[in-house]
Design a protein. Structure first.
Length: 70
């Protein structure tokens, strides 16, 4: 099987609001823009995914869709 794997990049658009930097980025799962919370580590899923894509339901769906039965 030769399936192409899409390459997804995060776009960071810094904005200034009352001297507080706000990062608006693109979610790596749903491709929707979201505002990243301040102080989120780049080693956590919240750095790359929006709040809707961090739920247990989406995690379960992703795990189920990535498993294969042989």
């Amino acid at each position: 099987m030769n399936k192409e794997i899409p390459i997804v990049t995060a776009t960071i658009v810094p904005q200034q609001d009352n001297n507080i930097q706000i990062d608006i980025v693109i979610c790596r799962r749903c491709q929707q823009p979201f505002t990243r919370n301040q102080g989120v580590s780049s080693s956590s899923a919240a750095y790359y995914r929006c709040q809707n894509c961090l739920t247990l339901g989406t995690f379960t769906h992703d795990v189920m869709m990535s498993c294969t039965i042989q």
